[in-house]
Every structure is written in structure tokens, then in C-alpha cells.
Write a protein that binds this ligand. Structure first.
Ligand code: FAD
Length: 246
């Protein structure tokens, strides 16, 4: 799935499905089901709503992502539940690619917001300045390599908008947390675009679980919603176990 001008999010692999969540929860009662039914869907919604997160640690997804370094810096702050391996500019000296925004968003007077949705008046000039700066950095990088400077040193001059690529594996719960935080309007537009691509791909693979997690915000979500308890997980599991017992 294409993101920004030259980035992408590619779903490489998944482990498990909605049933994986159900069976992780049902193991408490030494039960396992082979097919989802309406009770299982209710159980998933209950688990998500009441912040019983561990069953959502079992399904996993692996992505290949290409994003500007300044976005990756934010993305990599989400650590718990993820494994990542990234292309290294110590060893790779392929021509760097840099993000060129179409719109240079204007600064917002609300400092926490970062930028307005609209560009500056001289948008074309601003985009041109970024393009020139990227080209100049790239030219210097190539000159340094030409002088025999090691790639790990020459990369000093490369811009924050340069694309990097990495492989990432994470649990469904970890992605729900990341997307809960990074789809929020207060997050930077560029990272929101990546979180949206991840959300779209995970919703296809884990429709019930992802729907339940995102409807209730990420577990221990950014808003720190109080957890409302009506019936215990044990009660729900017990009801469902007796209904499924032969
Ligand atoms: C809109 C926005 C703006 C931000 N602005 C800034 C900023 O200006 N500066 C900045 O530095 N960061 C900033 N961040 C990053 C933010 O502080 C977090 O580092 C980031 O959101 C990752 O959070 P996480 O809960 O997914 O972290 P993870 O490290 O993946 O942790 C997941 C969860 O595990 C638990 N956990 C992890 N480590 C510990 C620990 N040591 N002790 C106890 N529990 C732990 C917590 O419950 C935590 O929420 C911003 C994030 C957002 C979304």
C-alpha cells in the first residue's frame, strides 16, 4: 500500500486470526473452539472493552515499511510488542531517496498541533527549497563517497526526510496501541498516513478483533479511559463454556 510520495506499507505475513484470540481466552477453562460464533465475537468485544489484553498478544503481523527517517523516529518509539530490523546505511550506499511533500503545511498557533492542514502562501517556493536542499545533500554524499569516505561517515549529511526501510513484527495488541496513538488528530499527518495503512491491512485479516480494539481505543488507550466492569471475564467465559459444552 503506497504511502506519501515514495513510501509503502506491505503486509508480509500474519500469524493467527480472530479465533486465536478466542482460544487464548478460552484456555482458562481448558476449552478450544474450531469456528467462530456470535458468542466468540461477543467475547472478543468484551476482552477489548475491559482491557483484557493478553489474548491479543498472540496474533502477530509482519510488515515491510518504507518511511522518512523523521517518521521512523516517531514510529520506533513504540517498542513493547515489536521486533524490527532496518536497512543500514553503514553497509548500503545506494542512492538515497527523500520525501518531498506536495504541501508545506503552515505552522499552527497552537504549538501542540504542529501544523495547520493548509500550506503556506508560497507553497511552490517552499517545496522547491526542500527539493534543492535534498539534491544538494545527495550531491555532497556522493562526493564524499567518491573521495573514499565510508558510507557510515558520509551519511552524516543526509536529511531527516530520507526514506528508510525496515521489517517489523508486532502483536495485534501492540499495533492497536500504536494506531490508537498515531491516528489521533494530534499526531503528525505523515505518521497518521502510515498508521492508517496498517489499520486497513489489519482490519482485513482480523476483522472482529481489530474492530473491537479500535472501537474501544487501544488497550490502556491514549485517553486513559476508565474501565467499566459489568460482568467479569470469568463469568463470561464460564457462560460461554457451558453453552459450548457437549
Ligand atoms: C501525539 C504524540 C506526541 C508525542 N510527542 C512526544 C514528544 O514531544 N517527545 C517525546 O519524547 N515523545 C513524544 N511522543 C512519544 C510518546 O511519549 C511515546 O514514547 C510513544 O507514544 C510510544 O508510546 P507507547 O505507549 O506505545 O510506548 P511503548 O514503549 O511501546 O510502551 C507500551 C506500554 O508499555 C508500558 N511500558 C513501557 N515502558 C515502560 C516502563 N519503563 N515502565 C512501565 N511501563 C512501561 C506502558 O504501559 C506503555 O504505554 C509522542 C507521542 C504521540 C502519540
Amino acid at each position: 500500500m503506497k504511502v506519501l510520495d515514495a513510501g509503502f506499507v506491505e503486509l508480509l505475513d500474519t500469524f493467527g486470526d480472530d479465533l486465536t484470540v478466542v482460544n487464548a481466552a478460552r484456555v482458562s477453562f481448558h476449552k478450544e473452539v474450531a469456528e467462530m460464533n456470535v458468542k466468540d465475537e461477543k467475547l472478543i468485544k468484551y476482552l477489548a472493552k475491559h482491557n483484557h489484553v493478553t489474548p491479543f498478544f498472540h496474533p502477530q503481523a509482519r510488515f515491510r515499511l518504507k518511511m522518512p527517517i523523521f517518521v521512523a523516529r516517531e514510529w520506533f518509539r513504540h517498542q513493547i510488542g515489536f521486533a524490527r530490523n532496518e536497512v543500514s546505511r553503514r553497509y548500503v550506499d545506494e542512492q538515497p531517496e527523500s520525501y518531498l511533500p506536495d504541501v508545506c503545511r503552515a505552522r499552527d498557533t497552537n504549538v501542540k498541533q504542529g501544523s495547520k492542514a493548509t500550506g503556506v502562501l508560497e507553497n511552490d517556493v517552499a517545496v522547491g527549497l526542500i527539493r534543492d536542499s535534498n539534491a544538494s545533500a545527495q550531491e555532497t554524499y556522493e562526493r564524499l563517497l567518491g573521495m573514499g569516505v565510508a558510507p557510515e561517515v558520509a551519511r552524516t549529511v543526509l536529511p531527516q526526510g530520507m526514506y528508510t526501510e525496515f521489517i517489523e513484527t508486532g502483536s495485534l495488541a501492540a499495533y492497536a496501541r500504536l494506531c490508537g496513538l498515531r491516528l489521533d488528530p494530534s499526531a503528525q499527518a505523515e505518521i497518521r498516513a502510515y498508521a492508517d495503512a496498517v489499520r486497513t491491512l489489519l482490519l482485513e485479516k482480523f476483522p472482529v478483533s481489530w474492530g473491537a480494539l479500535s472501537a474501544e481505543e487501544a488497550p490502556s488507550g491514549p485517553q486513559g479511559k476508565p474501565i467499566e466492569r459489568t460482568v467479569s471475564e470469568e463469568e463470561l467465559l464460564a457462560k460461554s463454556a457451558s453453552a459450548n459444552a457437549c
